[in-house]
Each structure stands twice: as C-alpha cells, then as structure tokens.
Ligand binder design. Sequence first.
Ligand code: HEC
Ligand code: HEC
Ligand code: HEC
Ligand code: HEC
Length: 436
Amino acid sequence: MDEKTNKSNELKLFLCLGVAAVATGALAVMNNNAGRAANPHPVAEAGTESSAPALVTNVVAPIIAEGGTGITVTKASDWEAQYPNEFSTYAKNSENEEHHSYIEAHPYIATLYSGYGFAIQYESARGHTFVVDDVTSTGRPHKLANCFTCKTSDFTAKALNDGDSAYSMAFEDMEAQITDPFGCFHCHQNEPGTLYVTHTYLANALADDIDSQNAQTLSCAQCHSEYYFDPETKATTLGYVGLENATPEKILDYYNNLKDAEGNPYADWVDETTGVRKLKTQHPEFETISAAGGIHPDMSCVTCHMGTAVAEDGTTFTNHYWSSPLDNPDVLESCNACHGDLTATVEAIHEEIMGRCNSIGEELAKANEDLAAAVAAGTLSEEDLAKARDLARSAQWYWDFVFVENGKGVHNKTLATDCLDKAEQYLGELNGVLGA
Ligand code: HEC
Ligand code: HEC
Ligand code: HEC
Ligand code: HEC
C-alpha cells in the first residue's frame, strides 16, 4: 500500500467512461489583460505579520466565451517567456504524480460499480498536467471525444468552434489532434489573466445565476462539477438549470424525470446482475460548495487551492500549482492564523466522514449482492423488485455524492452528513424489502 498521505490517497476524479450510451456580491471590477483585478477583497487581516502573503479573494465578474469558427489555442508552453511565474507554477503540477487504485483500497466498489468501467479501473487523481495521459491509458472502454471535455484545450476550442457535434467525434480522431493538455485556454482563452468560462455547458446550467458567481470559482467549476452525457447528442451536460437546482436531491429528481423512449429514468449504466439503473456521481465540488452552502462563502476555490505567491524578484502572482491548501505553505499559514491547526481539523473530518462512507458502502455492496441473488432466484414480486431497484439507485447516488467529492466532507460537512443519512435510510428500506 502506498502510504503517501491519507488525503491524496483518497482523491477521486474525472474518469471518463466514454461509454457511448453513456462569491456572490458586488461584481464591480472586471479583470483585464494587464493582470489582477483592481479590487482585492481581503478576507482576513491574518498573516500580515508573517512573510506569507495575506489571504486574498478577488471577486471577478464572469465572461462567457463566445462560440464561432476559427478559434485557435495558444499553447501553455508558448506563454512561458511572457508569464514565467504563472508558467513555472503550472509546470510544477507534473511533480504531483502519485496515484493509486481505488479498487484495491476499497474492494467493495467493484460490486457497486459492477458492469461499468469504474469497476475495471479507477485511479486517484493527480496533477492537472497528467489528465490526457490518464484518460488515454485507462483500462476502461472509451469511445467518444466527449471524454476529452475536461482534459485538453484543443477539445474545448473544438466544442466552441463546432458546437455539440464535437462531443460525438471518435475518441481516436480527437486524440490525434491534441497539442495542449490542460492548457491556459480553459480558464483564460488566449488572454492570460482574464478569466473566461470556455466550457459553455456550465453557463447553460447556471443560466442567469452565473452573474452571482465569482469567475475564480467558475474557472474550476468548468470541470469540478457533476455531469452526464446527453443520451441524444452525447454532449457534456450538467444535471440542473439554475443554482438552486444543483443540490443532490434536485439533481437526482432531474435524472429520475429524464425518461428514455421506454419510460425508464436516465441511467449511466444498468447493472445486469440486479437490473438497477445506476447513476455515477462525479466530482461535485462546485455543487457541494456553491449550491449547498459549503465552507467560507466569502472565499473562492482559488483562495484555498491556488493562493498568492511572491517571486524571488518580489512580484506577487497567483500560484498556478493546484493543490491541497495543506500542501501550500503560504495558504496554510494564512488559514492557521485563525484555525491554529487546520491540518488536524481536516484529518478529523476525513476520518469521521470517510469512515462512515466506507462502512455504508460495504453494507450497500452486501445489499447489492443480496438483490442479485434474489433476482437470480426469482424470489421477489414485480412490485418489490421495482421498489428494491429504485431504493438501491437512490442509496448509491447519495453515498457516491460523498465518496467522489474530493473534499471528503471538508467542503461541506453538513451536506456530507445529510447525504450519508439519506444513503443509510434508503439502504435500510432496501434491506427491509430484501428481508435482510
Ligand atoms: C479542464 C478541466 C479542469 C479545470 C478547469 C480544473 N480542473 Fe482540477 N482537475 C481536473 C482533472 C481532470 C483532475 C484529475 C487529474 C488526474 O488525475 O489526471 C483534477 C485534479 C485537481 C486537483 C487534485 C490534484 C491532486 O493532487 O491529485 C486539484 C486540487 C484541483 N484539480 C483543483 C482545481 C482548481 C482549484 C481549479 C480552478 C482554479 C481546477 N482544478 C480547474 C480538471 C480540471
Ligand atoms: C484552472 C484555471 C486556470 C488555468 C488553467 C490557468 N490559469 Fe492563470 N489564473 C487563474 C486564476 C483563477 C487567476 C486569478 C485571476 C484573478 O483573480 O483575477 C489567474 C491569473 C493569471 C494571471 C494574472 C496575474 C496573476 O498571476 O494573478 C496570468 C498572467 C495568468 N493567470 C497566466 C496563466 C498562464 C500563462 C496559464 C497557462 C500556463 C494559466 N494562467 C492557466 C486560473 C487559471
Ligand atoms: C475555504 C477553503 C476551500 C475552498 C473555498 C474550496 N476548497 Fe477544496 N479543499 C479545501 C480543503 C481544506 C481540502 C482538503 C485538503 C486535503 O485533504 O488535503 C480541499 C480538498 C479539495 C480537493 C482535493 C485536493 C487534495 O489534494 O486532496 C479538490 C480537488 C478541491 N478541494 C477542489 C475545490 C474546488 C473545485 C473548489 C471550488 C468549487 C474548492 N475546492 C473550494 C479547502 C477549500
Ligand atoms: C478570519 C478567520 C479565518 C480564516 C483566515 C480562515 N478560516 Fe476557516 N473557518 C473560520 C471559522 C470562524 C469557521 C467556522 C468554524 C466552525 O464552524 O467550527 C471556519 C470553518 C472552516 C472549515 C470547516 C470546519 C468544520 O469543522 O466543518 C474549514 C475546512 C475551513 N474553515 C478551512 C479554511 C481554509 C482552507 C482557510 C485558508 C484558506 C481558512 N479556513 C481560513 C475562520 C477562518
């Protein structure tokens, strides 16, 4: 077992299945090409006595990239000379290369994801610069270009140029066109320093609510959010319209009401052993924090996961090494001005939430096996079978909303607890139907 750290050992992210079936407040100041917004919004005076830069959250108004034709990508490496500090911290993401198998760490998930690619291979996340390598080398089947949605700016530009038809291109055809894995383009288009929403499905999902969001957070929400592939167009789509509909309950309702021609609710896949129409929750960091009332609404993802750094020549810049705040000494020092020992707080939340998550997951896997046995033996009535399948679907959705959320309870302990309570409740009802 690799024992690097508890925290990075538990990351779950962005594993595209490629199965074809499958800050609110005043946004007064627009960022400009020259660099930082002129309206830094200091969250705390903390840290001013130390050498660490103060914790700063810029509130930046969103700009949605326009689609069209002829949009090209300036590669990350082409910006190195002009923006050496941003580029060198971006390049440092390649040092964050450790990852490991979740299936080995949590064998019960092979049952819960049975019949789906995640039961074959499911690796923890690592640095952004590995995203293309990780999606092309996965043992899971992938068929379409939509798998590259959160992996390469070349695909982002293609979707802006070609619209939804880009998503249903063959995977290999898109792979051959990649020049810039995880580029500056995702967040800046070709104007480093200005924040653009280039993944337009996020803008579609937020609709009018987008203007209430800090563009810093939106730059991450482009990928760190729960999505599905539209069954018709194969386009990457978020399961809600409007921020108030981005909660676990409302997203489940959305999928339940999205019916196929036979009247069945949307499923990412159907587990053949049980007939359960399953959903795969994916990295719902944005929803957990911004829709469901997570920690520090006065801060953005960037405050905690990028932060401000000072170069040797005294230049202050935004750190482009995307990491845990616990691994960023400047950020951590600012947090600890209030928290004292944030690391201990984070570890305590992880232990509590993931401890519960794993024990519920194991019981849910057992219930899945019991249901498969009942299906094989034909012991349940039609009505009980339908009820059991629906309960298993709901229980797994709420369990997975916690299991795959990368904060592991830290971003919103109340929500994580609530989801686990719901998973437990559905599991109890399922066991009731199964007579277990
Ligand atoms: C274009 C899509 C995309 C955008 C935009 C994006 N991420 Fe990610 N992020 C990913 C993917 C994919 C991974 C998993 C990488 C892997 O394991 O190959 C990841 C992983 C991470 C990790 C974990 C790295 C580790 O140590 O394992 C952190 C932290 C992170 N992202 C933070 C952010 C923050 C903060 C933002 C916004 C400023 C952001 N990301 C924007 C796609 C994205
Ligand atoms: C995942 C999103 C993301 C990616 C990818 C990204 N940036 Fe940034 N960048 C940000 C954010 C967030 C800020 C802070 C903007 C603000 O507060 O107005 C920023 C700020 C900047 C600034 C303004 C000066 C500063 O440091 O604050 C420059 C220049 C910049 N980035 C260059 C780059 C370059 C060059 C690349 C590629 C090598 C890149 N960025 C990739 C999110 C990103
Ligand atoms: C108030 C600070 C704060 C904000 C805001 C915040 N996070 Fe986090 N995030 C944390 C902490 C603390 C952890 C736990 C880190 C650990 O386990 O080492 C974490 C963990 C993560 C991880 C796993 C990183 C790792 O190395 O374990 C990812 C990915 C992530 N957050 C993404 C986001 C995204 C995306 C947003 C915005 C939608 C966001 N976070 C907003 C504090 C924050
Ligand atoms: C100005 C003081 C202050 C600063 C600076 C600060 N926090 Fe907090 N933080 C708080 C307070 C107050 C709470 C609420 C405490 C509670 O509910 O127990 C809190 C809650 C949290 C929680 C949730 C704890 C829990 O028990 O659920 C996390 C995680 C967190 N902060 C992370 C961070 C991170 C990461 C930073 C640095 C980027 C940071 N905080 C900076 C004051 C601060």
